[in-house]
Design a protein around this ligand. Structure first.
Ligand SMILES: NC(=O)c1ccc[n+]([C@@H]2O[C@H](COP(=O)([O-])OP(=O)(O)OC[C@H]3O[C@@H](n4cnc5c(N)ncnc54)[C@H](OP(=O)(O)O)[C@@H]3O)[C@@H](O)[C@H]2O)c1
Length: 317
């Protein structure tokens, strides 16, 4: 079968398309004929092998050379112990281990897969799993009228965070590169901040919730931008901030405000719930560009340059 291959960590140039044997599902696995797969910030991290957690799948080189975690496709075969899916079922989800999805087929345990709603295209379904679950967890508890700031909102996951926060009735400020402002307003942000020109963390007492997809500020500083009772959630970001949060027990309380790391475990239940919410809020369809599998190196070049506005989707032949 055709697959995207990454034999080592490095720039987008390490990505190529080649032939690998089609996987054979174990008794407790399903074989998925993948129709579409999407790229996340985590694929960019897994490409370069940084931060450190991006090397959990191989210290010196990726153990599984096929990148890609978010997929949508059709069950092509089931192992003898699988009872919940049958051949022909349309499914979508995030692959355990965050690899293996950029190929014509993948064999995987079915526990993270959900049935694809019939009205949702394979392309839109593939764009949801990781970003959707991040959006679901990071917007939980937001109330109508809350002021929400999303930092790093112009990449793969931000649009869904904005979409859900708006669906919950929040006023949303989105932070990213100045040239992404138009995109951020288009996907629902009420206003934008260009991080090259302004530091949102200099604002005082302004937000009920900050969702940080690219945390790089000291966790002992960001609470100042929160209103009393407000919460800062670090979803992704620099290793040194994660280490500081680890040293602080993952959560810091100050002046009635809370700063914490948000873990987003892979979950079928969350995926099903957030997909229903996104469809209800008409927040699906945040696809940046669709590339055929053979053009995956160009897709990775766009991802590595940070030029994507939302999700890059790879369509399988
Ligand atoms: N907590 C969990 O359990 C969990 C689970 C899965 C994933 N994650 C993490 O969540 C993050 C997901 O984010 P994503 O997929 O949306 O990432 P992404 O596609 O890389 O988007 C990040 C965006 O932030 C922008 N940015 C860069 N520096 C910035 C700055 N200083 N201030 C504001 N914006 C800045 C980027 O612009 P440029 O592209 O120009 O740099 C990009 O538009 C990843 O770090 C991933 O590892 C966490």
């Amino acid at each position: 079968m055709r697959a995207v291959l990454q034999d080592r960590y490095g720039p987008a140039e390490v990505v190529r398309v080649g032939d690998v044997p089609e996987p054979v599902p174990a008794d407790d696995e399903v074989l998925i004929r993948i129709r579409a797969a999407s790229l996340n910030g985590s694929d960019r991290e897994n490409l370069v092998g940084s931060p450190f957690y991006a090397r959990l799948g191989g210290l010196r080189r990726p153990r599984n050379p096929v990148p890609g975690s978010d997929i949508a496709g059709v069950v092509a075969a089931v192992g003898s112990a699988v009872t919940e899916f049958a051949v022909g079922d349309a499914v979508f989800g995030e692959l355990a281990g965050y690899r293996g999805g950029l190929a014509e087929y993948v064999a995987t345990a079915p526990r993270l897969l959900a049935r694809k709603p019939t009205g949702l295209s394979f392309l839109d379904a593939a764009a949801i799993p990781q970003a959707g679950c991040i959006a679901f967890k990071s917007t939980r508890g937001i109330k109508s009228g809350d002021r929400v700031l999303v930092n790093g909102a112009g990449g793969a996951g931000g649009a869904l965070v904005i979409g859900l926060a708006k669906h919950l009735g929040a006023t949303v400020t989105a932070v990213d590169r100045a040239d992404k402002a138009e995109h951020l307003l288009r996907v629902g942000a009420d206003d934008t901040i260009a991080f090259e020109h302004e530091d949102w963390a200099d604002q005082r007492g302004r937000y009920d919730r900050v969702v940080d997809l690219v945390g790089h500020r000291s966790p002992f500083r960001v609470h100042r931008a929160l209103r009393p009772g407000g919460m800062y959630l670090m979803v992704g970001g620099h290793a040194r901030v994660l280490l500081a949060m680890f040293a602080a027990g993952w959560s810091i309380r100050k002046d009635g405000k809370r700063v914490r790391v948000l873990a987003v475990p892979q979950s079928r239940a969350d995926l099903e719930e957030v997909t229903a919410l996104l469809i209800d809020g008409e927040a699906v369809g945040v696809v940046d560009r669709v590339y055929p599998l053979e053009e995956a190196p160009a897709a990775f070049a766009r991802l590595a340059a940070g030029d994507n506005l939302g999700k890059i989707v790879i369509e399988m032949p």
